[in-house]
Design a protein around this ligand. Structure first.
Ligand SMILES: [Zn+2]
Length: 212
C-alpha cells in the first residue's frame, strides 16, 4: 500500500509519517535526498537539477518527477509521499508513472487544520539543533525553559518558523498544494482527518490506523 500525506506546514504530517515508518513498515521517499544523489552521481537529470539550483531557480516538474520516476522503478510499494507531489501537475505525472509500474496511491490522508491554529503552532515551535526533537512554547514545553530534555542543548527557532516566513509558507501552500485536496477528495481512498486545536498526534495516528 502507498500513502500520500496532504496538509499545510504545521499540520503534523511529519510526525504522522514518522509513526507510520516506525510502526507500520512504510518507507519515506525524500526528493531532497534523491536529488542530492543524482547530483553526486552526475546523471543527466542530476546535472540539469544542479544547474537550476545553482542559478537559484525552481527545479521544473519534469526534472523533479524524472528523478522520482527513476527511484520508483525499484521501489513502488509501502511508500509515503510527503511533500511530493507539491502541485497538481506533479500529481498527474506521478499517477502516470505509477500506472506504468502497475502501482498506485492507495490512500490519500488529508490533515485538515484551521490556519490560525497552524500559525500559532508553527510560530511557537522550537527545535533542538542536536537531536532534532521539536517543542512548543505552550503545548509541548521542555522541563527547563529553552533547553532540550534529552541532551541539555539550547533550543532554537528555525528561520523558516518566524511568523513572517510562516505566512509566506502558508500562502504558498494555499496556492500550490491546497488544489490537490480538491483533486483527491472525491476519489476512492481519501481520508479526511479534522484536527481542531486539541487533537493530539496520538489521536491523529489512531484515526489514521482505523481508516487504513
Ligand atoms: Zn536534543
Amino acid at each position: 500500500m502507498n500513502i500520500m500525506l496532504l496538509g499545510a506546514p504545521g499540520s503534523g504530517k511529519g510526525t504522522l509519517a514518522e509513526k507510520l515508518i516506525k510502526n507500520q513498515g512504510f518507507n519515506q521517499m525524500s526528493t531532497g535526498d534523491l536529488m542530492r544523489k543524482e547530483i553526486n552521481d552526475k546523471t543527466p537529470l542530476g546535472i540539469e537539477c544542479a544547474r537550476y539550483m545553482n542559478e537559484g531557480r525552481l527545479v521544473p516538474d519534469e526534472v523533479t518527477m524524472g528523478i522520482v520516476k527513476n527511484f520508483l522503478q525499484d521501489n513502488h510499494n509501502q511508500l509515503i509521499f510527503d511533500g511530493i507531489p507539491r502541485t497538481l501537475n506533479q500529481a498527474k505525472i506521478l499517477e502516470e508513472n505509477l500506472i506504468e509500474l502497475n502501482a498506485k496511491i492507495d490512500k490519500v490522508i488529508y490533515i485538515d487544520v484551521p490556519s490560525e491554529i497552524l500559525l500559532n503552532r508553527i510560530s511557537g515551535r522550537l527545535v533542538c539543533p542536536k537531536c532534532k526533537v521539536s517543542y512548543h512554547i505552550i503545548s509541548r514545553k521542555p522541563k527547563l525553559e529553552g533547553i532540550c530534555d534529552n541532551d541539555g542543548t539550547e533550543l532554537v527557532r528555525r528561520p523558516d518558523d518566524a511568523p513572517e516566513k510562516v505566512k509566506v509558507r502558508l500562502e504558498a501552500y494555499a496556492n500550490e498544494t491546497a488544489p490537490l485536496v480538491d483533486y483527491y477528495k472525491n476519489k476512492p481512498g481519501f481520508i479526511h482527518i479534522v484536527d481542531n486545536a486539541n487533537t493530539t498526534a496520538e489521536e491523529v495516528y489512531a484515526e489514521v490506523l482505523g481508516a487504513l
